[in-house]
Design a protein around this ligand. Structure first.
Ligand code: BES
Ligand code: MN
Length: 469
């Protein structure tokens, strides 16, 4: 094999890695929008071809939804195995007018690549693909077995992945057997700040709702009818407006029953993180911060539940006044959940709340997602230590331990179905604009992520004491 070191290989190939990232970013794999189903599949094929090209065994696994891309190094029975997960679907790019350059034409500015999916998750997931490629190209063989599982429905409920775990459609090898691993790794979150790499040891969960309220059989003149017929828009505002009180506390009975306060140790850990409320406020551009009374901003973001409306539709939206009493109003909203809250129980409590608060003359229809449970992991496991050493080698700094407010649904499948822990090693930044216009990813961190991925394989091999195999 070539005598080039891995670090040199990564540096010598950095522009090719970038070109390949750009190829994937040009594919508009908007998984949530049925109009892009062919493009989404194209992203899966791109990854499938890439895995083949770097010398892994790979297959496209068909599901009821988007295909899963599976790849692995040649299997060795009983070999210690890391399972790397990522997702090739992206969020819709709208509002399009807010983008400085088009979302599916990756563009470099100030050392960042701007494109939908740059950080979430194409750029981050490719660090592991190129990490494995670099390792194989320079050393010929990986120190432990590697499996990749890349899905295309992370942003839209993951129906295909869930079906795969239930072995639908039936396959010779069950999902559990196929994915058997000792530890999972996901890079789909952020560092603590610029030059402050982190290991994320907890995520919030969530439940997502869509509700449609209907009243009269058509839009009515509010002069003739206002005051005598329930208005679905009014009803929606009052129902949703009653969910959180002025102190930022969710009012639904039983909502906080399972929520635990942070231990003293955990609070101390958070306080050590040198967080500036003012800097955070300025970065989001709000003139004041607001959240549940009695908790710091970091606690509110990572360790407390929250409620947010994502979209509201009703009535007349165009220019000028129109005194209409609309026949329909709808909303999309969700709750972020914390450890011990049961998504199913929360769902039932929310539906009950809607029933109670729905005024006379209004009917409602509600749909909700299956829900994702939150989790938090101990920070002192041997795997965490291996990840910390790899980050130290790849980023030149020791990571800090953080939690995060987002959700990655697959983690609970790994915990419950595969009985393995997940290392969340995010290379992004909080201001990467994921799900927003002008999403970006630092090309420096792209390269450091690739290096760290290589080091992680070596560090995990030490944990597994690979000489024994
Ligand atoms: N990459 C994010 C999750 C994330 C973001 C974790 C920031 C930590 C920090 C992921 O792609 C995502 O957006 N997940 C959704 C899940 C939902 C659709 C079930 C989320 O958190 O809203
Ligand atoms: Mn993501």
């Amino acid at each position: 094999m070539a005598s080039e070191t891995i670090e040199a290989f990564i540096e010598n190939n950095q522009f090719r890695f970038q070109d390949e990232l750009f190829e994937l970013l040009r594919i508009p794999s908007i998984g949530t929008d049925p109009a892009y189903v062919t493009d989404t599949r194209r992203a899966a094929s791109w990854l499938h071809a890439k895995f083949k090209c770097i010398g892994l065994q790979t297959e496209l696994i068909e599901t009821c939804g988007q295909p899963l891309v599976f790849a692995q190094s040649p299997p060795v029975a009983g070999a210690p195995t890391v399972l790397i997960y990522g997702h090739y679907d992206v969020q819709p790019p709208d509002p399009l007018g807010e983008w400085t350059t088009p979302p599916f034409e990756p563009t470099i500015r100030d050392g960042n690549v701007y494109a939908r999916g740059a950080t979430d998750n194409k750029g981050q997931l490719l660090t592991h693909v190129f990490g494995v490629e670099s390792y194989l190209q320079t050393k010929g063989k990986l120190p432990i077995q590697v499996k990749f599982l890349i899905e295309g429905e992370e942003e839209s409920g993951g129906a295909g992945l869930k079906a795969f775990f239930r072995n639908e459609p039936l396959r010779a090898e069950s999902a559990k057997e196929k994915l058997r691993a000792d530890i999972a790794v996901i890079s789909d979150c952020s560092q603590y700040a610029s030059e402050k790499p982190a290991i994320t040891h907890g995520l919030r969960g969530g439940v997502y709702f869509e509700v449609i309220l209907t009243g009269p059989n058509r839009d009515l003149h509010s002069g003739y009818f206002g005051g005598s017929v329930s208005n679905p828009a009014n009803a929606l505002c009052s129902i949703l407006g009653s969910i959180v009180d002025q102190g930022g506390r969710i009012q639904i009975p039983g909502f906080y029953d399972e929520v635990q306060e942070l231990s003293n140790d955990e609070q101390v850990q958070l306080q050590k993180l040198d967080f500036s409320e003012n800097q955070f406020r300025d970065e989001v551009g709000a003139n004041e911060l607001f959240g549940e009374k009695g908790y710091s901003t970091l606690q509110r973001r990572w360790c407390r539940p929250s409620f947010d409306i994502h979209g509201l539709t009703s009535g007349y939206q165009d220019a000028g006044a129109k005194t209409v009493l609309p026949a329909l109003a709808s909303a999309k909203f969700s709750f972020r959940l914390v450890p011990h809250q049961n998504p199913q129980k929360i769902k039932e409590a929310v539906v009950h709340w809607l029933e109670e608060k729905c005024p006379p003359g209004i009917q409602f229809e509600v749909n909700s997602s299956a829900g994702v449970a939150a989790f938090v992991l101990e920070t002192n496991s041997k795997y965490m230590q291996a990840a910390a050493a790899a980050i130290q080698a790849g980023f030149g700094r020791r990571p800090v331990y953080i939690r995060s407010g987002g959700s990655i649904p697959v983690v609970s499948l790994f915990t419950n179905e595969l009985q393995i822990d997940t290392l969340l090693l995010g290379w992004g930044q909080d201001d990467d604009n994921l799900h927003s216009p002008n999403e970006k990813f630092s090309l420096n961190d792209f390269q450091k992520g690739i290096k760290t991925s290589c080091h992680l394989l070596d560090e995990l091999a030490v944990v597994f004491d690979v000489s024994q195999y």
